[in-house]
Design a protein around this ligand. Structure first.
Ligand code: ATP
Ligand code: MG
Length: 222
């Protein structure tokens, strides 16, 4: 069963009088439980595509079905609900709150969910255990290494039990050994049933995925 279905997705930006089409007709299906890599050179449209897949932005035209629901034409508020329920994000720059503890950072996405708080605390501690940082729970992000910060970001991405883990250059700031650890963690999450999409320009990172699609100049070429 597909989790994401993209049909003829286009995205253009107005530059003065001209429309610049950055995505030029993307057709893509992502199956539930898949580990997909999206590769392409700088400027090819990877982040633009990720923003659409992640419901951070809407396409100019085309259809996007996420978990059987059409999300291509939703308002910002509707998109943020869908995002919170279905998608966990991991970015190159971690984006942790520097003055909040590791535990508070992991709990952050759960603040928007109406369920009992103590359940989330328990879950957050379990996730920190999974990523090997339970002992660092009371630390603040600046006291952690880059790899540790990214592991916190992965735990945070999973707190709401999303269907999809969407990662944009998750190892871009990390040395190659730490990158291997982070990719190992994503592989583990995928084995546990999470659908994972990793966006990268690095073939060594794409090699962890079960399938790779290549984007060039706003179209999928392979
Ligand atoms: N908000 C915007 N307004 C105008 N043009 C944009 C906007 N966002 C992206 N673009 C253009 O779209 C193209 C694709 O950008 P995108 O960020 O998707 O590339 P990318 O594949 O993620 O590159 P990188 O590997 O460098 O991160 C670029 O030429 C960029 O200048
Ligand atoms: Mg990018």
């Amino acid at each position: 069963m597909p989790l994401c279905v993209l049909e003829d997705i286009r995205k253009s930006y107005k530059m003065g009088d001209a429309d610049i089409e950055v995505l030029r007709g993307i057709d893509l299906q992502v199956e539930k439980g898949e580990f997909l890599a999206i590769m392409g050179t700088s400027g090819s449209g990877k982040t633009t595509l990720m923003n659409i897949i992640g419901c951070l932005d809407v396409p100019t035209s085309g259809r996007y079905l996420l978990a059987d629901k059409e999300v291509s034409r939703l308002s910002d508020d509707e998109l943020s609900l869908i995002r919170n329920e279905h998608i966990g994000f991991v970015f190159q720059n971690f984006y942790l709150l520097p003055y909040a503890t590791v535990l508070e950072n992991v709990l952050l996405p759960s603040l928007y969910v109406e369920k009992r708080r103590d359940n989330f605390e328990k879950k957050a501690v379990e996730l920190l255990q999974t990523v090997g940082l339970k002992e660092r729970m009371k630390f603040k992000p600046p006291q952690l290494s880059g790899g540790e910060q990214q592991r916190v970001a992965i735990a945070r991405a999973l707190i709401n039990e999303p269907d999809l883990l969407l990662t944009d250059e998750p190892t871009g700031q990390l040395d190659s050994k730490t990158a291997v650890e982070i990719m190992g963690l994503l592989v583990e999450m995928n084995k546990n049933g999470k659908t994972v999409i990793v966006i990268t320009h690095d073939p060594n990172i794409a090699a962890y995925a079960g399938r790779t699609v290549r984007i060039s100049d706003g179209v999928i070429i392979q």
